[in-house]
Write a protein that binds this ligand. Structure first.
Ligand code: KIV
Length: 283
């Protein structure tokens, strides 16, 4: 399947065709995702929680992101991949933001970057777009600001906060972002923005009426154990499968059921006498 790009995603919006995307952080998952025909992959800074075991995304560094983006690109060479800009990789200055966004393309072959925030990061979005880099804006529940937002809470649930998000979304489109991701906002607001904006509007926990859906792989596959947001549909229980497999392995090792003759490399045929003669020298 040919890799999709910005134009395909805009055409899909115009045709009312939904985009399916998911996060991935490693080579094997990226391979599976590409085999499944996913339209897009986000190498999210959620890797801090899902694979590195942090409480949140704040400790994630540029080096962490680049390393995981490289692994994902090797696993999914034909899928549109989005690198997620971690905390403090774009907050300090426009120059810093452009330099770090560029690293995702130069060092990890990403197709696009995503960054959190609306009007407060608008000069960053403009600067990155002006450097020729595709940007996806991300507003609503933005995990890097979960402190100021009062936790991992849905946003835009009353007129005043919904207006705030609408103003952010309009500015993000004006700044040249190629798409917008809404996280944990009411579907009524999602539908309004998907109609109002000409750029694709995607949802993670923001309901169906828009141009596509994103989920975090650890949530949908059931291997992230700390908590599962309300908006997640679990498509598998990988944790249960893995724990059961590890338990069976422990039991097999302890009871001598593993390894069997099927799992070993015997001395080469015809070399046995020589081998046993050699062992005798050590008796
Ligand atoms: O890092 C991530 O996975 C994200 C999603 C929560 C949208 O930014």
């Amino acid at each position: 399947m040919a890799k999709k790009g910005r134009l395909e995603f805009v055409k899909m919006k115009q045709a009312g065709e939904q985009v399916a995307w998911v996060t991935a952080y490693d080579f094997p998952t990226a391979q599976f995702v590409e085999s499944a025909g996913m339209d897009m992959i986000l190498v999210g800074d959620s890797l801090g929680m899902i694979v590195l075991g942090y409480q949140g995304t704040i400790p994630v560094t540029m080096e962490d992101c680049i390393r995981h983006c490289q692994a994902v690109r090797r696993g999914a060479p034909n899928t549109f991949c989005v690198g997620d800009m971690p905390f403090l990789s774009y907050q300090i200055s426009d120059e810093d933001a452009v330099r770090n966004a560029g690293r995702f393309l130069k060092e990890a072959d990403m197709d696009c970057v995503k960054l959190e925030g609306g009007r407060r990061v608008i000069t960053r979005i403009k600067a990155i777009v002006d450097a020729g880099i595709l940007v996806i804006g991300h507003i609503g529940l933005t995990p890097q600001s979960s402190g100021p937002l009062g936790g991992f809470k849905a946003q835009g649930r009353d007129a005043a906060s919904a207006r705030d998000l609408i103003e952010d979304a309009l500015e993000i489109e004006k700044a040249g972002a190629f798409a917008l991701l809404l996280e944990a906002v009411p579907p009524e607001l999602t539908q309004f923005l998907a109609k109002k904006l000409t750029i694709p509007v995607y949802s993670i926990g923001a309901g169906g009426p828009c141009d596509g859906q994103l989920l975090i792989c650890g949530d949908m596959l059931g291997y992230f154990q700390a908590f599962t947001p309300k908006f997640v549909k679990k498509y598998a229980n990988v944790a249960e499968i893995e724990i059961n497999a590890f338990k069976e392995y422990v039991s097999d090792v302890k009871t001598g059921k593993f390894p069997t003759d099927d799992h070993v490399y015997h001395i080469l045929k015809g070399k046995e006498d020589e081998f046993y003669a050699m062992l005798k020298e050590y008796e």
